[in-house]
Structure formats: structure tokens, C-alpha cells
Design a protein around this ligand. Structure first.
Ligand SMILES: O=C(O)CCC(=O)C(=O)O
Ligand SMILES: [Fe+2]
Length: 299
């Protein structure tokens, strides 16, 4: 499979308009610039020591995070993932605010999401046959199929920051279908309906600490890990311009105006996403879900 064409840039030169236009952009070493203080990789090793064992943490310090599956069982890997999620959540939020400060002024205002994805993908052989047990970890421990993020709860104009905590190899990263960007894809709410023109997928390769930026509306999937290494990625999301939502989205998530966070006006920070038809549709969906079954109409 071919490798994606990545445009390499710096945080200062980053133009999120290019990303929403479909470009795949990488900031080399961007994670260290954004995560002031404790690098995520250190926190990751601490989680291994705390959840698996101090020896496992010690061994991984010399072997590298990519060898996680050689020192921990799948159940431990799941606990490491949950623990890392818990520990980096506040730092990841700060990271996004730092991102909003560090990039040059963009043509549209930036909005930040609370989304945090800690995605640890061990080699396929470690998780084969446990898909049922790990279903809730689809996209986080086991592969997610081809999708567009706005089918679910993400804004149409959302940008993914896909941040490599470990090395990402072509055989354990992400698949993207650049030719399908913004084409009207049919899906069942979760999965892409087969037999559509989506073009050929491309793979990505990143160094530790690289940040890949791609439009959430690119058709993308986990590259099933057929390689020998575990891949660790943390994802955050940012919106360029006021959030807009897919009319048939299955959910809704707010994006906040970072200028208001930490001020007395903080409760108003998500206003641009709450005053949307996307939010109104979400209220309708949750009202329908909470109605007694007898009152519901089907078909
Ligand atoms: O990292 C992965 O395998 C999936 C990522 C993804 O779907 C996303 O970041 O929206
Ligand atoms: Fe996604």
C-alpha cells in the first residue's frame, strides 16, 4: 500500500484551512512542543509500572513503548490505556489551549473539544479472537473500520490532532482514503456501505512525538496492526470556525471558545456549538430515547 503524501510544517506556519481542504499535515516533534512539562511518553511508562508491574515499567524503559505487548497481557494493556487516559486528561486539555496559542492567527476562529482518545494498538496476534470482549475499545485497542468522524458526534469542520506517543509504522498506523474526501458516502450510522467509489487507501508513518493533522471528515480507519510493534497515539480535536454538524449524525459534542475558558464567562464558551441545529437534533434524539416505549412510533 502506498504511503500518504504528508506536508511537513511547523506549528507557527500551520494553516488549518489547508487541513480542512484535505491536506495531510505533520508537525515533526509537535507533541513535545505542546505538552509542556511531563512528556506523555514518561507518563505512559509510569502507567505501565503502576498497572502491570515496576519490572515491566523498567523493562519498557529500555525496550521502548513499542514493546508493550512483550511485557504486558491484553488485560493489562487495557488497564494501562484506561490509566493513561485518566492521567493525561487534564494535560491534554491544556495542550489544546497551548496549540490554540502557538499557531499563527487562522482565517477562522478556533474552538476546542474535550475529546481525548488514548489509542494503544498491540499487534493483531495479541487481540485476535478477543474482539467481542474488547468491543467497547474499538478504535482504542482494536481496529475501527473505515468511517468519517462527523457520522457520529464530531463537527464537519473538525480537525484531528493524531499525536504519536510511540513510533508509528506503516503497518500499525492509520488508513486514509484521500480520494473519498467530502464525497457523499453511504453508511449505516456506524459502517460504510460496501461497493462505493472510495479510491485506494494510503498508510502513514510517523516518528515519536510527531503530530499528524487531518480533517475528521476524511474517510479513515485503523490500519490493522500486522507489524511487530505496539502503537500508542493520543488524539484531540479542534474546530476551525463555528462548529457545524452532519444532519444525520448519531450524536453531538460541544466545542468551546478557548478565549472564554478560565474567565468568568467560561459557561458561555460552548455557546457556538449549543446554538446549532446539530444540538437541537441531539436534544430531540435524547427526548425520544427517554420517552416510554409505549408512546414511541416505529417504522
Ligand atoms: O487511531 C486509530 O486507529 C483511529 C483514529 C480515529 O478514528 C480518529 O482519530 O478519529
Ligand atoms: Fe475517527
Amino acid at each position: 500500500m502506498p504511503l500518504a503524501t504528508l506536508r511537513v510544517t511547523t506549528l507557527r506556519e500551520l494553516d488549518l484551512g489547508d487541513v480542512l481542504a484535505g491536506e495531510l499535515v505533520v508537525v515533526r516533534g509537535g507533541l513535545d512542543q505542546l505538552a509542556a512539562g511531563r512528556p506523555f511518553a514518561h507518563t505512559a511508562l509510569e502507567c505501565v509500572a503502576a498497572v502491570a508491574s515496576p519490572e515491566a515499567g523498567h523493562r519498557l524503559t529500555s525496550l521502548g513503548l513499542e514493546a508493550l505487548h512483550t511485557v504486558a497481557e491484553v488485560a493489562e494493556i487495557r488497564s494501562v490505556r484506561d490509566e493513561l487516559d485518566r492521567r493525561v486528561r487534564p494535560a491534554a486539555h491544556q495542550l489544546l489551549l497551548r496549540f490554540a496559542e502557538k499557531v499563527s492567527p487562522q482565517r477562522r476562529r478556533l474552538y476546542v473539544s474535550d475529546h481525548l482518545g488514548v489509542r494503544i494498538m498491540p499487534p493483531r496476534s495479541c487481540v485476535d479472537g478477543r474482539e467481542g470482549q474488547l468491543r467497547d475499545y474499538t478504535g482504542f485497542l482494536i481496529p475501527t473500520d473505515a468511517h468519517v468522524d462527523s457520522w457520529f458526534n464530531t463537527a464537519l469542520n473538525s480537525v484531528n490532532l493524531w499525536m504519536a506517543v510511540s513510533r508509528v509504522r506503516h503497518d500499525n498506523g492509520l488508513l486514509l482514503w484521500p480520494d473519498a474526501y467530502r464525497s457523499p458516502l453511504r453508511h449505516d450510522g456506524v459502517r460504510l456501505v460496501p461497493h462505493q467509489q472510495i479510491g485506494e487507501p494510503v498508510e502513514v508513518e510517523l516518528g515519536r512525538g510527531d503530530v499528524l493533522l487531518f480533517a475528521g471528515d476524511h474517510l479513515h480507519a485503523t490500519r490493522p496492526n500486522t507489524g511487530p510493534e505496539t502503537r500508542w497515539v493520543v488524539t484531540k480535536r479542534i474546530c476551525l470556525g463555528p462548529p457545524r454538524y452532519h444532519p444525520h449524525a448519531t450524536g453531538w459534542t460541544p466545542y468551546a471558545d478557548p478565549r472564554l475558558l478560565g474567565t468568568p464567562l467560561a459557561p458561555l464558551a460552548p455557546l457556538r456549538s449549543t446554538l446549532t441545529t446539530g444540538r437541537a437534533r441531539q436534544l430531540l434524539r435524547s427526548t425520544r430515547r427517554s420517552l416510554p416505549l409505549r408512546g414511541r412510533r416505529y417504522g
